[in-house]
Design a protein around this ligand. Structure first.
Ligand SMILES: [Zn+2]
Length: 286
C-alpha cells in the first residue's frame, strides 16, 4: 500500500440493538424500544472534540424510521454510507433481491441527506466467496467503495482467499470497486479481527493497542450497542452467541475513548485521498 504513515479508518454501523439477531424479523422491530440515540450524541460530541470525521454505515430502515438520527450525523460533517436496508445476509439473497434492498436503502438515505452515497458495508460482512456477484449490483447502484470483506473464515461466510487485509482494487466483470477489508492482526500465528463487535469488547485495550500499532492499516466497525450495557438481551441465543453479543459492554466505551486518543483517525472519504489506488493490489474475482 502506497501511503505515508499509518492509516486508521473509523467507522460505525448504524443499526438498532436488535438488528444483529436473525430471528428478530422486521414485523417485530416496531415493538422494540428504540435505543440508537442513547449513545450516538455522546459519540458525536467526542468526535467533534477530537476533530475526527468518521464513516457511518446506516441502514435504510433507520433513515426511514428515524431520519433525525441520520441528519444529526450528517450535520457534524461525517460520511453517510449504506449498510443495506434491512440487515439481511447478502450471501442468502439473489442479485435481484439484493438490488431491491440496496435501492430502497440508498433512496431512503439519500432522501434524508440530499447527497449521494458512495460507500457500502454488508450486514455481518456477508459478501463471501460465493456472493461476489454483489460487487456488480453495488457498482450498478453507484457504490464506489466497499468495506464488506472479512478476510478470514467466520460463521456467516468470510472471505479467507482475499489474502492480506489491506485496501485493494476489486475487479468483477466490468466493475471496479475500491475495497477496504476489515483489518486483521496476528495472535499466535492466527489472523484475528478486533476492530469492532465481539473481539473489540473481549480483548483488553492494551492488546488491541498492540495489535493496531503493528499494522499499517486499521478499520473499525463499532456499533452503539457495543457501548449500551442497559440494552435488552436476547435470551434465545446459544451460549456462545450470547457471550459474543454481550461480553465486555461495560468497558467498551472507555476503550473506544482511549483508542481515539492513542491513534490518528480518518474516514473512508479521507482515506481515498491518501491511497494511490493505481499501486494497490488488484484482485480479479469471478
Ligand atoms: Zn450490522
Amino acid at each position: 500500500m502506497n501511503t505515508t504513515g499509518q492509516l486508521n479508518i473509523l467507522t460505525f454501523d448504524i443499526e438498532e440493538w436488535y438488528h444483529f439477531d436473525i430471528f428478530s424479523t422486521e414485523d417485530k422491530w416496531n415493538n422494540y424500544p428504540p435505543r440508537i440515540d442513547l449513545y450516538l450524541p455522546r459519540v458525536l460530541d467526542l468526535l467533534d472534540k477530537r476533530q475526527v470525521k468518521a464513516t457511518f454505515f446506516c441502514l435504510g430502515w433507520i433513515a426511514r424510521t428515524y431520519p433525525k438520527i441520520i441528519r444529526q450525523i450528517q450535520q457534524r460533517g461525517h460520511e453517510i454510507a449504506c449498510h443495506s436496508d434491512k440487515h439481511l445476509f447478502i450471501r442468502e439473497m439473489t442479485p435481484e433481491s439484493f438490488h431491491n434492498d440496496l435501492r430502497l436503502a440508498l433512496d431512503s438515505i439519500e432522501n434524508v441527506t440530499g447527497q449521494k452515497v458512495h460507500s457500502f458495508r454488508a450486514p455481518a460482512f456477508t459478501i463471501s466467496e460465493d456472493a461476489t456477484w454483489a460487487f456488480e449490483v453495488l457498482a450498478q447502484n453507484g457504490i464506489e467503495n466497499d468495506c464488506s470483506i472479512f478476510p478470514t473464515a467466520r460463521s456467516f461466510g468470510g472471505f479467507p482467499s482475499f489474502g492480506e487485509a489491506t485496501p485493494a482494487l476489486i475487479k468483477y466483470k466490468n466493475c471496479l470497486m475500491k475495497e477496504f477489508p476489515i483489518s486483521a492482526g496476528v495472535i499466535f500465528g492466527k489472523q484475528v479481527v478486533f476492530g469492532g463487535g465481539g473481539y473489540f469488547r473481549l480483548f483488553p485495550y492494551l492488546l488491541i493497542k498492540n495489535l493496531m500499532s503493528r499494522l499499517d492499516y486499521n478499520i473499525t466497525y463499532l456499533h452503539m450497542r457495543d457501548f449500551d450495557y442497559e440494552q435488552p438481551r436476547f435470551k434465545h441465543l446459544s451460549a456462545m452467541r450470547y457471550f459474543k453479543s454481550y461480553y465486555g459492554i461495560k468497558q467498551a466505551y472507555s476503550k473506544f475513548e482511549k483508542m481515539l486518543d492513542d491513534f490518528k483517525w480518518i474516514n473512508v472519504e479521507q482515506a481515498i485521498q491518501r491511497i494511490d489506488f493505481d499501486t494497490v493490489r488488484r484482485i480479479e474475482l469471478s
